[in-house]
Design a protein around this ligand. Sequence first.
Ligand SMILES: *Cc1c(COP(=O)(O)O)cnc(C)c1O
Length: 384
Amino acid sequence: MISSPSSLTLDQEALRTNLEFLRKHIGPHPKISSVVKANAYGHGISQFVPLVEKFGIDHFSVFSSDEAYEVCQLISPTTRVMIMGWISKDEIEWAIGRDVEFYVFDIQRLEAAIHASKVLKKPARIHLELETGMNRTGFAKKNLEVALNLIKANPNQIHLSGICTHLAGAESIANYYRIRHQLKRFKTVLSNIESRGFIPEFRHMASSAATLSYPATRMDLVRVGIAQYGFWPSQEIFIDYVRTKQDKNDPLKRVLSWKSRIMSLKDVKEGEFVSYGTTYLATSATRIAVVPVGYANGFSRSLSNQGRVLIRGYRVGVIGLVNMNMMIVDVTKIPDVEQGDEVVIIGKQDDMEISVASFSEISNQLNYELLARLPLEIIRSQIK
Ligand SMILES: *Cc1c(COP(=O)(O)O)cnc(C)c1O
């Protein structure tokens, strides 16, 4: 029997709740694409994807072809997979053969798709990505014309599954004008393209934040990542949501729990430093617990002297620097604390919960990063 210093558990009922909430919030029309890049935000593609599919989702978005390959092993043949980023030229034939859809944002990839489609005698299912102001990937005006001409000249090679773009930070009100501008730009270019006879199956631009806060961006499909896992993209989006509601409770439920145990306990005298260096000074007699989870296990070093965990129903703080495989927490206030006690890093203990909030005090982005960096090898299991 192999034991690991920490473990992850997925809560099916939480996932069901989140998907039902999203569906109710956006209404019946837009298709929901479940974004499962970065190993399903650390939840584990192989554990997470079958659950989502069981709850009725038939569209998945990934960043790269290796992730698409993994998702394809898990889903029914009619469920769709969309690559939003990396696919090598050599893999395009595989994608077309397997009906995997992929973003096209430059002429090289479009030409490769047309070429591969001719070889296979089967159309490539592409999503034409437009540049609207993020300045990352996407066709700007000049190349868009070249692309449209190529598509027009190869009607049997290209199936226009989508026309899409990506917003540059819809989770923050600071980006409000930029987002409005992107929406306007997308609509203008889209109607121009459509008036020339290029009609996509799906028009899409919204990730979780836009899905939740900008109804006009929902269009035919929403690409939902963080929200399905039960985290708000930012505190602002949550406030924007509850503002108009009687019930101020959080409708999203965290799917993931991350737990470990106390490996060792120790008493430290007043005036001693704890962990590497001098970032934490015990200003009184302190009882510390060592938890076998560090930055190599996905607990960011930037949570040094900042992170929180739950032990015996108490919320306690990380003290000193997070080490590679360990962190140290202050358990002075917990009576009867013992070696082997459960440590909750994400999730519930009694009626306490460590959720987005404990990290968002520092930065919401840390949520995405922390989840995405949960190592592949942590054992993932399922409840309910
Ligand atoms: C990651 C990603 C999403 C999902 O973002 P969330 O904020 O997690 O919902 C949507 N679209 C694209 C292009 C992405 O890269």
